[in-house]
Design a protein around this ligand. Sequence first.
Ligand SMILES: O=P(O)(O)OC[C@@]1(O)O[C@H](CO)[C@@H](O)[C@@H]1O
Length: 399
Amino acid sequence: MTDRTRNNARAPHQDRAPLILGNEAGSFAHGVLAERHPALIRQVREAFPYGPRQARALDGLLDEITGDAVAPLPTTAHDHRQWSDWGREHVGRPWFDAPFLWAESYFYRRLLGAVGYFDDGPWQGVDPFAPFKRAELDGTTVDEELRALDALADAPAEERANALLLASLWGNRADLGFRATAGEPAPGEATPGLVADDSAALWSLLTDAAPGTVAVVADNAGRELVPDLILIDHLLTHGLARRVMIHVKPTPYYVSDAMLADVLDCLRRLAGAPGAAGRIGGRLWEAMATGQLEVRTHPFFCAPLPYEEMPSDLREQFAAARLTILKGDLNYRRLVGDRLWDPTTPFAAVTAHFPGPVAALRTLKSDVITGLERGTVDTLERSEAAWRTSGTHALIQVA
Ligand SMILES: O=P(O)(O)OC[C@@]1(O)O[C@H](CO)[C@@H](O)[C@@H]1O
């Protein structure tokens, strides 16, 4: 048992920070529920020739999220009981009054229901976000990013490692959910900056003397997952990890979140590229075949719950890992709790529930933040109003 598995007590700060709700006009959370979600329904509706039943269901969902109370899942849904349990306090009440994390998660579940994702029939399992993910992965930006690997091939190992870590970190900017609202600027257009950098601690946990299993909890597909996979290749080929488990979502979620199909698309994209990228793709393909790289999934990854409440089977997997790397903003919100923390609240305190060493690689795209120095917070507050949500800043935090 590690110190962390013993330390399952609630962090002392846990009850003091308020949960983020969607009902504060002008807040980031309110904007997501009021603007981003309706825009997303319209985009999905246009991206497929859905039949009248699906179109009606999407229109109904649009009406519901913009005005009506939260409706339950139909009693015939496979996960009806689970969601009625999770939604006991929210169903029948305004969408905006629910916790932001719950409302977003339930929105994606309802969207999948509207397009018939779980129903018997030809639309079963058709990812409503696939056209957006595919367009991004096929784009020329990915070609450029893959070509840049050739220049890195001869760089000293440490320089290469740090460049790949940063590429994986900043890959999190390419989040298609961000693009759902027309006119919203693409994230990260301003000069990027790290607000916390524990990269030295991260590398110190990964030693080639006694490499262990590394868990990577993936976030977005495409332009985020490609650099994640490249980083994983680096860990495996340099003996910094004996095995890597990459955890992905079981169903479509938050627009661009990665599923197994997306991992396969990215591997094909890499393997089909010329130069260093193609060699990396070939090695990863082989690593999948030998089990050195394993894709895993779990229903909890689409649950509206913080990691503190993860089930024991997942907890055991993370406890067994030398390091778990959690990618992206949503994983961060679920790791520390979707709360309005004082930004100087220690990261180690709010992640004490996590069963093993954990690293967060995240660009800042929501109000949640912990573990900052007071001076950093003061500088950020003076310099830019939207530093928490615009994706212009990022962090590497380790505990
Ligand atoms: O987890 P990711 O992909 O980095 O970000 C997901 C995200 O864009 O979705 C939410 C809004 O829908 C935000 O909290 C968050 O920024």
